[in-house]
Design a protein around this ligand. Structure first.
Ligand code: NAD
Length: 469
């Protein structure tokens, strides 16, 4: 039985089904936090926070490293659970889980030292950093462990405690990791509750939190921001995106296609910063489309534990229905399917990697975040026009430019209103690289010392030195 972790103890009362996306049938039950259980988690986190903050950075890092070690010891089971609930092939889940544990270790090495700004005969001015207190962390289903545990490590290393809620669609692997933390972290430092929108909304409405860290859809992010206004409380919101890859005439089509497959097809494109649309010079659309279609056709689709599988199902029915509707709209809008295009005839939410040409801005697949394994290849005549079109959209998560003219690539990056731009790579995710969130893709900065400072408050301390007469 899977249980929540509150104050170092296992706790569960209400339960709801967890669906296996490869069969569309329930395979497990997850607890659902009651109001009392949420209150207990917040109270435990508040009680534990001063003691945790009083430890020095190295001691907190040691606890986090021990948690990462415990994850590594149970890695097969944790990765299998993530595969069962999320649908991703086991080999991929294993790699993500190993990478997640490595990120926890790496984030534990960051420090945010106080900074002496002035120290002269008359005064000393110090920029001091203190933990905010208790963080409410709410995670989505597309990369449950990675997205949740980066929040945990970033908050804890700075001296905060946390209550983490995974998505109701993928709660189990996160609850298991929280269980592993019992006895490694002091009680109350890392609490995990489960449940869906109502539990998330109750967290956001709870006065016991000092910060909200949310990853999920833009619609939910806006709802959270509205609700949080009453508290004037710091928030980090990592929301949706419609990430463009812009190929210049001299760019490597092969490298772009590999990145599109890795981010936009793997994990069924359910990756916040996936390549979600490719803009190619009009004369290169056929070549890009053909190469991408060939890679798409090479995926082996199946459930997480079938041998040789490289692509699982879409994670949930709502997302599966959305992808199918967007593909249907693409056909009405004049799109030409180069690969895929129709769901697999088997139970579960299987949809093949799909490449669609002949669309342009205005079609849903180009304008919206599809969050599925479907990529449009859109032709362009003038790159400035593409920059203007990308900037005109609501999102600003990431974009990439593919060119051998690096100076030109950087000049185009500077014009793009996105938090992260990459040249000859897409989604340069790395805990050491800040991940700024702008426009309707969110607010705040994740990763690197910025991510840790996001759960800390700056205090300016001025000391006037006594003057000799
Ligand atoms: P979602 O907004 O439906 O749910 C996310 C989480 O919020 C879940 O835990 C859910 O239970 C909770 N929730 C739902 N309603 C809530 C409310 N009113 N108040 C508080 N919590 C609430 O998002 P999703 O469908 O799980 O995730 C997919 C979205 O996440 C995509 O749009 C994707 O782009 C985005 N995403 C963004 C990033 C990023 O770094 N920018 C990373 C991953 C995913």
């Amino acid at each position: 039985m899977f249980q929540q972790v509150v104050n170092g103890a296992l706790l569960a009362t209400g339960f709801e089904d967890v669906i296996d996306p490869s069969t569309a049938a329930a395979f497990q039950r997850s607890p659902v936090a009651t109001a009392d259980e949420l209150d207990s988690a917040v109270a435990a986190a508040r009680a534990a926070q001063p003691g945790w903050a009083a430890l020095d950075w190295n001691s907190r890092a040691e606890h986090l490293t021990q948690l990462a070690d415990a994850i590594d010891r149970e890695i097969g089971w944790i990765a299998a659970l993530q595969s069962m609930e999320q649908g991703m092939p086991y080999s991929q889940s294993l790699a993500f889980t190993q990478y997640m544990a490595a990120r926890v270790r790496l984030l534990a090495t960051f420090r945010v030292p106080d900074r002496v700004l002035v120290d002269d005969d008359t005064r000393r001015v110090v920029e001091c950093w203190h933990p905010l207190g208790v963080v409410a962390a709410i995670a989505p289903w597309n990369g449950p462990l990675m997205l949740g545990m980066v929040k945990v490590a970033s908050a804890l290393i700075g001296g905060n405690t946390i209550v983490l809620k995974p998505s109701e669609l993928t709660p189990l692997s996160t609850l298991e990791i929280a269980r592993l933390g019992i006895g490694i972290l002091p009680d109350g430092v890392f609490n995990a509750v489960a449940g869906g929108r109502l539990v998330g909304a109750a967290m956001v409405a709870h006065s016991g939190f000092d910060k909200i860290s949310f990853t999920g859809s833009t619609a939910t992010g806006i709802a959270i921001a509205k609700q949080s206004a009453a508290f004037l409380r710091p928030m980090t919101l990592e929301l949706g995106g419609n990430d463009a890859a812009i190929l210049l005439p001299d760019g490597s089509i092969d490298d772009l296609v590999a990145a599109a497959a890795q981010t936009g097809f793997s994990n069924c494109g359910q990756f916040c910063a996936a390549i979600k649309r490719i803009y190619a010079p009009a004369a290169l659309v056929e070549e890009v489309g053909a190469k991408l279609a060939a890679v798409a056709d090479g995926f082996v689709i199946g459930s997480a534990f079938e041998p040789g599988v490289t692509l699982g199902p879409i994670q949930n029915k709502a997302q599966y229905d959305k992808v199918r509707a967007i593909v249907a709209d693409s056909l009405v809008a004049g799109g030409r399917v180069l690969s895929g295009g129709t769901p697999l005839d088997r139970p579960g939410y299987f949809f093949p990697p799909t490449v669609i040409a002949d669309l342009t801005d205005g079609a849903r697949l180009v304008d919206e975040e599809q969050f599925g394994p479907v990529i449009p290849v859109v032709g362009y005549d003038a790159v400035q026009d593409v920059v203007d079109r990308v900037n005109a959209g609501p999102y600003g998560l990431t974009a990439s430019i593919w060119t051998t003219d690096l100076a030109r690539g950087e000049a185009i990056a500077a014009q793009l209103a996105v938090g992260s731009a990459a040249i000859n790579r897409h989604a340069a995710f790395d805990p050491q690289i800040p991940f700024p969130l702008i426009k309707q893709s969110g607010m705040g900065v994740d990763y690197a010392d910025h991510g840790i400072k996001g759960a800390m408050r700056m205090q300016a301390v001025t000391t006037i030195k006594p003057q000799r007469a």
